[in-house]
Design a protein around this ligand. Structure first.
Ligand code: AMP
Ligand code: TRP
Length: 354
């Protein structure tokens, strides 16, 4: 194995203790859903409001691992930024930007392609799900995707990553990449990150099938609530949501083996801020015919101010681009020195412009 890095390899600096810093990302590969809101956005805002340093990214480089129409990608990136701000992200307190504006992500992503092992990547369930039987014909980027995600996080020495349940395996891989890099080069350079997967809505399910996650890429629009849906559409989708025929149970345990009922109760809990036990107590023995209108009312009350604010922000795309550019400058100022240290550690000569 290699010997510990010399100060020269460390870019002349000794590693700092890792201060708490949050990073997370969302793909601008479609409109955002209630799943993104409850599993990610809402919690991003809570973390910002707890006063932790927060960096949030629209990962456009990740989005093109599957085909994206260029005009739509631009639109969805701005819409994603508008959703962050409408949900409560303050671009003065959090850093908000799109990934491609900070080239260091792709640069560290390449280095991590050389750290991660084929076997690790081949075990990623999201790749297997997305590639399906078509694995010969998907992009190489889709396979390498989790190494770029590790780069997103580690480029900022982020210590905590709020995500939904579906990202757990990618965060384990991020830890493996950090550990292997540190071991291979004999440094204590990258932190081992903590996933933050918390709350009642870490996995919001499809409204049409309680065994599938709610997703912006599901072919059925009825399966999801989009942040851009109006009040009538939200109410209609909830009214038509698949359920069983039993009334709601008296105990949380009674939701077991009732995926659709469980999903609607979890959504109610996350939107209202009540615990699942409190929601079950309030609606014990209630028929869906009565519960669904209450859920629709709550969803509309929570989401319509966000939708309204998103629409207002989308009327001024130049302002959104300005916010993203400012965020990218601030992100770059943190990322560049860390990347330069990585280049020094790995033995790359960087004499240009010095
Ligand atoms: P993506 O839309 O795949 O870029 O996901 C962005 C963030 O939203 C990630 O933290 C996901 O884990 C989270 N997320 C996406 N869909 C859901 C869902 N149905 N339930 C909970 N969290 C979700
Ligand atoms: N892979 C994540 C998703 O599909 C998006 C993502 C990319 C991300 N880079 C990230 C999430 C870094 C957290 C941190 O949902």
């Amino acid at each position: 194995m290699s010997s510990p890095a010399s100060p020269d390899q460390m870019g002349g600096q000794t590693p700092k203790a890792f201060k708490p810093r949050i990073f997370s990302g969302i793909q601008p590969s479609g409109g955002l859903t209630l799943g993104n809101y409850l599993g990610a956005l809402k919690r991003f805002v809570e973390k910002q409001d707890e006063g932790i340093e927060t960096i949030y990214c629209l990962v456009d480089m990740h989005a093109i691992t599957v085909w994206q129409d260029p005009a739509k990608l631009r639109q969805q990136t701005r819409e994603g930024a508008a959703a962050f701000i409408a949900a409560g992200i303050d671009p003065a307190r959090s850093i908000l930007f799109n990934q491609s504006q900070v080239g260091a992500h792709a640069e560290l992503g390449w280095i991590f392609n050389c750290v991660a092992r084929m076997g690790w990547m081949g075990r990623m369930t999201q790749f297997k799900d997305k590639a399906g039987k078509n694995s010969e014909n998907v992009s190489l980027g889709l396979f390498a995707y989790p190494a770029l995600m590790a780069a997103d996080i580690l480029l900022y020495h982020a210590t905590m990553v709020p995500v939904g349940e579906d990202q757990k395996q990618h965060l384990e891989l991020t830890r493996d990449i950090a550990i292997k890099f540190n071991n291979d080069y004999g440094v204590d350079f990258f932190p081992v990150v903590e996933p933050l997967i918390e709350g009642a809505a870490t996995r919001v399910m499809s409204l049409r099938d309680g065994s599938k996650k709610m997703s912006k890429s599901d072919p059925s629009d009825q399966s999801r609530i989009n942040l851009t849906d109006d009040a009538d559409t939200i109410a209609a989708k909830i009214r038509k949501a698949k359920t069983d025929t039993e009334p709601l149970p008296e105990t949380v345990d009674g939701l077991r083996d009732r995926p659709e009922a469980k999903n609607l109760v979890n959504i109610y809990s996350a939107l209202s801020g009540q615990s699942v036990a409190e929601v079950v107590a309030e609606f014990a023995n209630t028929q869906f015919g009565s519960f669904k209108p209450r859920l629709a009312e709550l969803a509309v009350a929570r989401l319509s101010p966000i939708t309204g604010e998103m629409n207002r922000l989308m009327a001024d795309p130049a302002e959104i681009d300005r916010i993203l550019a400012d965020g990218a400058d601030r992100a770059d100022a943190i990322a560049r020195p860390i990347l330069e240290q990585v280049y020094a550690i790995t033995g790359m000569i960087r004499s240009r412009g010095k």
